[in-house]
Write a protein that binds this ligand. Structure first.
Ligand SMILES: Nc1ncnc2c1ncn2[C@@H]1O[C@H](COP(=O)(O)OP(=O)(O)OP(=O)(O)O)[C@@H](O)[C@H]1O
Length: 217
């Protein structure tokens, strides 16, 4: 937290999610405030991605609601959209486009028409790979193209699904530092990862989802 009890940016209020007749989580409530870095943990299939998608407004909970600045996100859709950067676990990178074209496209759809693409790609260690088709890059480099958006955004709320997958140690440390800097500026980060975060350390809050079996299982 950057200050004592700041007003939450995002509130999960009694969220229940059911998929294929299985309750993933039931009446889940938590707040995320400026300066928070929240790691959602849990085994495969526990519902981490489902929770992130609900928080991002991409899918609806069975019951409960998500609030941004005390308002249901459905009621402040445009405002929320502006405040949010969501990066799903499928990176949204087109194999046939180059690293530069992909980033340029992703930034343009979020309103950045003149972003310094080369500089941003250099920050994610893709200098020299700007013209390479994403499909010819490694899994980690592919993911770095998607992650590059984090280095050029005004969004306060970052929701990122498994950002560290396929990223090497140095890249993980750089990302952790970026998350810390963002939190220090009053933003928040909600992420899933199966890795232990080293740098973020005591700034980190954790929320653990359990795997609930169906009654028949
Ligand atoms: N759109 C959907 N329709 C039906 N079932 C779904 C849908 N999305 C997810 N599920 C189911 O919900 C459960 C939780 O999936 P989810 O991807 O949220 O888990 P996760 O905790 O992110 O898992 P992992 O660690 O493997 O990424 C899974 O059993 C999955 O099959």
């Amino acid at each position: 937290m950057t200050e004592q009890n700041p007003k939450p940016l995002l509130q999960a209020q009694a969220l229940t999610c059911i998929r294929e007749e299985r309750i993933l989580f039931d009446e889940l409530s938590f707040d995320v405030g400026p300066g928070d870095i929240l790691q959602i943990e849990g085994p495969n299939g526990a519902g981490k991605t489902s929770l992130l998608r609900i928080l991002a407004g991409l899918s609806r909970p069975y019951s409960g609601r998500v609030c941004f600045n005390d308002r249901a996100i459905e009621d402040v859709r445009d405002e929320y959209h502006e405040a949010l950067l969501y990066l799903g676990h499928l990176p949204g990178v087109k194999s046939e486009l180059s690293a530069e074209e992909n980033l340029d496209f992703n930034l343009k759809i979020t309103g950045f028409n003149d972003a310094p693409i080369e500089q941003i790609l250099a920050k994610v260690n893709l200098a020299g790979f700007e013209d390479h088709p994403a499909g010819h890059l490694s899994a980690g480099q592919h993911r770095r193209i998607a992650l590059a958006r984090l280095w050029h955004t005004d969004a306060k709320i970052w929701i990122v699904d498994e950002p560290l997958t396929a990223i090497d140690k140095k890249g993980v440390a750089e990302l952790e530092q970026l998350f810390l800097d963002h939190a220090d500026r009053g933003g928040c980060v909600i992420l899933t990862t199966h890795q232990d975060l080293q740098l973020v350390g005591d700034r980190l809050k954790k929320l653990r989802l359990q795997y609930h079996f169906t009654e028949e299982a």
